[in-house]
Design a protein around this ligand. Structure first.
Ligand code: ADP
Length: 334
C-alpha cells in the first residue's frame, strides 16, 4: 500500500506565496508519490469572529487556488473539512485523551489568545482537531511549513496516548512526521514576521504583476544600502534575497549575490529581476485560476467528489476507533 500523507490549509484569506512555498508546492510534488489527502480546513477558520458569507467565498477561492497551483484531483483527494463529519467526531474523542497542559503551552495558542478579549475553547482545542484531521487518514507524513512543527508534535502525543490506552499491540495510529520544504519559513513584506494572512504582509499567488510590484518596490532591503553605490550583503536582505532563492534560477541568484556585494545593481534592479521570476512562475497559475473561477460548479463538484472519497477512509477509521472504545455504531455503520 502507498503511504498516506495529509495536509490542510485554512480558508481564512488568500493563498499566499508563503503557503505556496512552505507547503502547497510540496503537495503538488508529493501527490505523485503518496496517497494524498489535502483539505481546506474551514472548521479551523471559525475559531475567531468571522462573516459566514465571506467564509464561504474564501473557502471556494482557496479550493480554486489549490487546484490552480497544481493539486490534481485525479491524483490527490481534495476536500472541505466540513463535508467530512468524521473530523469533528474524532476530535471530540481525542479531546478526552489530551492533557490540558499540552494545549496551554502551544506557542500559536498563546500568541493568538493574547490578542483576543475573550478566548474561546475552540482556539485552545485547535491542535486536537488538527490531530484528528491527520490521524483519520492514518497519515505518516504531513507536508507543512515550520510554524506547524509544534502542533505536529502534539498529534504524535495524541496518537501515542490513544494507542497506549486502546490499541497497544500493534499500535493503530502512526506517529505523523512533518515534511518541510527548503523554504520552510517565508518572511512577510514587513521583513520581520512570517508571511501570514492574518498579518497583511503577503503576496497572493493570484495577484496581478502590477500589484506585486507595488508591494516589492518599497520592501526593506539590507539597511547598509542607503544609496545605489553602497555595497550590500544579500544575507542581510530579509525579503528580496530569500524570494530570489525561491523563485529565480540558480544563475540569477549568483548574479544577485555578486551584483549586490559589488553594488553593480541597485535594489530596484534586483527587485525588477525578482518580479520577472515571480511572474513567470505565477502567470500559469493565475490563468488556470481564471478558468476555474468561470466555472464554480465544476470546483464544487470536485470538492464533493473529494469528500466522498475521503469519507471512505475516514469512516473506516472511526468504526475501528469506536469499536475499540466501547462506543456502539449505528446500524448503518456510522
Ligand atoms: P497562515 O499562517 O497564512 O494563516 P495556514 O496556517 O493556513 O496559513 O497554513 C497553511 C500552510 O502554509 C501550513 O503548512 C503552514 O505551515 C504554511 N505556511 C504558512 N505561512 C508560511 C510561511 N510564511 N512560510 C512557510 N510556510 C508557511
Amino acid at each position: 500500500m502507498m503511504a498516506r500523507i495529509f495536509s490542510g490549509i485554512q480558508p481564512s484569506g488568500e493563498l499566499h506565496i508563503g503557503n505556496y512555498l512552505g507547503a502547497v508546492k510540496n503537495w503538488v510534488q508529493l501527490q505523485h508519490q503518496f496517497e494524498s489527502y489535502f483539505c481546506v480546513v474551514n472548521y479551523h477558520a471559525i475559531t475567531a469572529a468571522y462573516d459566514p458569507p465571506e467564509l464561504q467565498r474564501r473557502t471556494h477561492e482557496m479550493a480554486v487556488g489549490l487546484l490552480a497551483a497544481g493539486v490534481d484531483p485525479s491524483k490527490a483527494t481534495l476536500f472541505l473539512q466540513s463535508q467530512v463529519p468524521e473530523h469533528t467526531e474524532l476530535a471530540w474523542i481525542f479531546n478526552t485523551i489530551t492533557p490540558l497542559g499540552e494545549l496551554e503551552r502551544q506557542v500559536a495558542f498563546k500568541e493568538k489568545a493574547a490578542k483576543q478579549e475573550q478566548v474561546m475553547a475552540g482556539l485552545l482545542n485547535y491542535p486536537v482537531l488538527q490531530a484528528a484531521d491527520i490521524l483519520l487518514y492514518l497519515a505518516e507524513l504531513v507536508p507543512v511549513g515550520e510554524d506547524q512543527v509544534q502542533h505536529l508534535e502534539l498529534s504524535r502525543v495524541i496518537a501515542r496516548n490513544w494507542n497506549a490506552r486502546f490499541s497497544p499491540e500493534p499500535p493503530y495510529f502512526p506517529e505523523p512526521q512533518p515534511r518541510l520544504t527548503h523554504t520552510r519559513r517565508i518572511v512577510g513584506l514587513d521583513g520581520q514576521s512570517k508571511m501570514s494572512k492574518s498579518l497583511g504582509n503577503t503576496i497572493g499567488i493570484l495577484e496581478e504583476p502590477e500589484s506585486i510590484w507595488e508591494k516589492l518596490r518599497p520592501a526593506v532591503t539590507d539597511p547598509a544600502r542607503q544609496r545605489k553605490t553602497d555595497k550590500g550583503e544579500p544575507t542581510k536582505c530579509p525579503v528580496i534575497y530569500p524570494l530570489h532563492q525561491a523563485f529565480s534560477p540558480e544563475a540569477t541568484v549568483h548574479e544577485v549575490e555578486t551584483n549586490c556585494r559589488q553594488a553593480k545593481w541597485g535594489c530596484i534592479d534586483c527587485k525588477k529581476s525578482l518580479l520577472t521570476n515571480i511572474v513567470n512562475e505565477l502567470t500559469p497559475i493565475r490563468e488556470r485560476a481564471r478558468d476555474l473561477q468561470s466555472n464554480p460548479a465544476r470546483v464544487t463538484e470536485t470538492l464533493e467528489a473529494g469528500a466522498a472519497k475521503a469519507r471512505v477512509v475516514a469512516s473506516k477509521t472511526i468504526r475501528h476507533v469506536k469499536e475499540k472504545m466501547g462506543l456502539p455504531l449505528a446500524s448503518n455503520g456510522g
